[in-house]
Design a protein around this ligand. Structure first.
Ligand SMILES: Nc1ncnc2c1ncn2[C@@H]1O[C@H](COP(=O)(O)OP(=O)(O)OP(=O)(O)O)[C@@H](O)[C@H]1O
Ligand SMILES: [Mg+2]
Length: 384
């Protein structure tokens, strides 16, 4: 299969000058002597994406996600490496990257179209469907600088999805739309997937990445620390976050380091019947005493979150050293199927992740009845 997007060893540095901290006299006496620091926003990143793939980009704030997308869209030039894109690409970058604030919505649509290689006639043809999708009929002749951020994103998304691109690149911006518009965008992204287009999507929502993307890339301080099936990448992303929250999150207990070594059951199997009790043990080691909360998640194979438990119902006190937590669920209100189990500990302060194990086991639930779906409901019916 041919790669549609090929990223080869790209690095991007931003030079941050400290010129403004120098006095005018100093600048005149030592011209050009301003100090600067280089910030490595991307560090030797390589990957290639085949036609029809949906790839999520995960990473903490400042890890280089937007910089990567801007390089792919040609808005920024990497210092090293090269990028090849086959076919047409439409990008929805950070707010502010894209439209000319002084121009009206209408003029910006034409401008974006011409930057994507469309003639005026082509844009005439697309114009109505763009405005209709954006639902901004009353505002097309208003200058974009007066748009709210939600309106801005609506128009930008409407342009990106109506120009028939082979590759759609979407930075986190969708989060600023209201819920209904977000759902509409998601539907459109799913439709793009069905049409076999290639999609790159930055999101902070790991569940969304898991359910939408076949593959995810994780950036950390500009380096690519994972590139694989989204479940695996989400695990690495969460583990990196939890490692980090120990050192960076000021609210987290400063030196606590907890590792979850294993998750086991007494029978050796993760199997249960619908509505029966189920339990397992979590073996872990903590270097210090720790007061926090236990949390568990179940996902279906297609990445749908079935449940994330309320941490406040499961407080945990650990002493230093090795210990085991017994976790019991009095009843398992799930129908038959396989569920991926993830477990973690949150610190009591700010609920930052102190330890996390993603997809440690697959729980097989069996059911003898005739209900179908995820949860068993047993309606009782009487004549009213
Ligand atoms: N134009 C620029 N000039 C200087 N530094 C920049 C510029 N753009 C980005 N950076 C820096 O590069 C690093 C990566 O930024 P980037 O915007 O790519 O992060 P991000 O992963 O998209 O973060 P977020 O999740 O907050 O959107 C950050 O440290 C940022 O401050
Ligand atoms: Mg960003």
């Amino acid at each position: 299969m041919t790669a549609v997007v090929q990223v080869e060893n790209i690095s991007k540095r931003f030079r941050l000058y400290h010129e403004r901290h120098r006095s005018v006299k100093d600048r005149i006496i030592h011209p050009g002597g301003g100090t600067y620091t280089d910030l490595q926003a991307l560090d030797d990143v390589s990957f290639s994406i085949d036609a029809g793939q949906t790839v999520g980009i995960l990473g903490r704030n400042g890890s280089g996600k937007s910089t990567l997308l801007k390089c792919i869209c040609g808005v920024l030039k990497p210092n090293e490496g090269q990028i090849l894109v086959r076919g047409t690409l439409a990008g929805l970058l950070e707010l502010g990257a894209g439209f000319q604030p002084e121009l009206s919505g209408r003029d910006n649509v034409y401008l974006s179209g011409s930057m994507l290689g469309f003639s005026r006639k082509d844009v005439d043809r697309l114009f109505d469907s763009i405005v209709e999708f954006s639902e901004l009929e009353g505002f097309v002749d208003t200058q974009v600088k007066f748009y709210s951020s939600g309106m801005y994103v609506r128009l930008a998304f409407a342009v990106a999805v109506n120009v028939d691109p082979d590759v759609l690149v979407v930075d986190e911006v969708l989060a600023v739309g209201d819920e209904r518009f977000q759902a509409k965008c998601m539907d459109r992204i799913r439709q793009f997937q069905l049409e076999g287009r290639t999609i790159m999507l930055v999101s902070h929502n790991a569940d969304q990445v898991r359910s939408l993307c076949d593959r995810a890339i994780v950036l950390d301080h500009g380096r690519m620390i994972a590139d694989g099936p989204s479940g695996d990448s989400v695990r690495i992303f969460r583990e990196a976050l939890s490692a980090d929250s120990r050192s960076v999150d000021a609210e987290a207990p400063v030196n606590v380091s907890i590792s979850i070594e294993s998750v086991t059951t007494s029978t050796g199997r993760f199997a249960a019947h619908t509505n029966e009790a189920f339990g397992f043990e979590v073996a872990l080691t903590s270097n210090e005493s720790f007061d926090g909360f236990f949390v568990m998640e179940l996902h279906t194979h297609d990445g749908t979150l079935v449940t994330r438990t309320d941490p406040t119902t499961a407080p945990v006190s650990l002493s230093p050293g090795h210990q085991r937590l017994a976790v019991s669920l009095p009843a398992l209100p799930l129908l038959d199927g396989d569920y991926e189990l993830s477990v973690g500990l949150l610190s009591g302060f700010g609920h930052s992740v102190a330890a996390w194990r993603e997809q440690v086991a697959t729980l097989e639930v069996s059911y003898d009845g005739r209900a179908s779906g995820l949860v068993p409901l047993a309606p009782r019916v009487n004549l009213a």
